[in-house]
Structures are given as C-alpha cells and as structure tokens.
Design a protein around this ligand. Sequence first.
Ligand code: NAD
Length: 254
Amino acid sequence: ILQDKVALVTGSTSGIGLAIARALAAEGVKVMLNGFGPTDDIRSICEELGAVHDGADLSDASAIASMMQRCQAELGAPDILVNNAGIQHVSPVESFPTDKWDAVIAINLTAVFHTTRLALPAMKAQGWGRIVNTASAHSLVASPNKSAYVAAKHGVAGFTKTVALEAARDGVTVNCISPGYVWTSLVENQIPDTMKARGLTREQVMNDVLLAAQPTKRFVTPEEVAALAVFLCRDDAGSITGANLSMDGGWTAA
Ligand code: NAD
C-alpha cells in the first residue's frame, strides 16, 4: 500500500533519517532526502534509493518552502512527511550560547511547524497522510545541560498532539517516535562536550551517562526506529494518532 507514495524525510543524509529513508524506499516509496553531507556521499545515497535530495537548511523558512515546492514539482506533494532533522548542543543554561539556543529551536521545532503547515493541505484534500516526527526520550524527561533540546523536543510532542487533533477526521495521522540513545553521529559528537561539562572520560560518558539511563544497556538502532516509522505509515496504523511512542530500552519506564 505504500508503493508509489511520496515521502519527504528531513535530516535523511545520516543516522535515523537515512535508515527511515531506506526503509520507505524498500516499500516502493518515492523519497525526497534532505540534509547536509559530502556531495559524493549524497549522490550515492540518491542512486541507491532512486531518491532526490534537497539541501534546504531547515533553520531557514524560505528554504523549507522552496524544498516543499520542489518536492511537489518533481515527485508530487508528500503523502508521508517525516520530520527527523535535529541538532544537539550541550551546555549549562547560564552559559548556553544564545545562537545555539536559536538554532536548536529553529531546526528541531520551528522547522516541524513549517513543513507540517505546508504539507497538510494536500494530505487533507486527498483524505490520506502520515506525519511522523522524530522526538526523543527528551520529549518526556530531561537531562542536565540540554535545555534547548529538551524544550524543543517537548515542543515537538505537544505540536504532534495538536496537529493530530486538527487532522483526525481527514485520514491524516500525526505521531512522534521517542527514541532513547541511538548510536549515530549526533550522540558521538556530544561525547566530548559531555566529557568537558561533567569532567568524565569517554567510557564514563558512554556507560555512566548515556547507557545509565537505558535499562537494556544497549543503544537503540536506527533500523529499529525506521521499522516503527514504516509501521506508522501503513493503513494498519490508521487509528494510531497523537501518540508519542517510546523506543528507549525502558528509559522512561524507570
Ligand atoms: P544525525 O546527526 O546522524 O542526523 C541528523 C540529520 O539532520 C543529518 O542528515 C543532518 O545533515 C541533518 N541536519 C542537521 N541540521 C540540519 C539543518 N539545519 N537543515 C537540514 N538538515 C539538517 O543524528 P540522528 O541521531 O540520526 O538524529 C536524527 C533525529 O533523531 C534528531 O531529531 C534527533 O534529535 C533525534 N534523536 C536522536 C537520538 C540519538 O540518540 N541519536 C535520540 C533521540 C532522538
């Protein structure tokens, strides 16, 4: 049933977004990729998936609008929108750089508003649509030194519920997935800052900070998140809307 549908997956040049793009493409979905990275790498992902790529910087509302127009022109209006792009910055709130705060809120939260408001009319008009937002365990609980990220992800969870209610009668479901720690560059890159902020070694950050929160004691895989995203796109998931689905190895159960 997903064959020939059109999906726009933001932040899909690496990590979780790339795994979601791969899983959707395997279902015969036509995918528009988005995100940064070396040109050669992006070209080979496009070839692998038969996908097109738009490098819109999601902190720029006009670039988002151009990306949405391009998707409509080249593939068709998105039937499936996966808001996945996200960045992290780790710092105590008193010294949190204000430009980093603005960037985290713009990319992790405001971009979700822009893509959603632009994609929803066509989904409603055809009576079918799927919006899947990558939130985080940090949409439900906090950790120190991640004020912008935690605020943005709580915002994504609230936004998801609101749009789910607005679209509930139109065949459009809106959900978020809240992974715990997934082994991607986003996690790898915050290890040095966390080492500095807490005065810990790399091993201590991995075992005592990251996996300390995760009762399974293993990182979630991007493929596990992708499998849930694909399920949410199926007709079988038509009654799941407004949900915040945890995939966190038991983190938020504790
Ligand atoms: P990642 O760094 O591997 O991927 C992030 C993607 O977003 C990349 O494709 C990157 O190019 C893109 N991106 C970054 N800034 C952008 C911008 N301004 N405009 C457009 N694209 C931009 O990280 P990931 O771990 O795969 O993260 C994906 C999502 O999953 C994020 O929303 C993140 O908050 C969330 N998440 C990650 C984890 C984790 O442990 N890795 C846990 C919970 C939630």
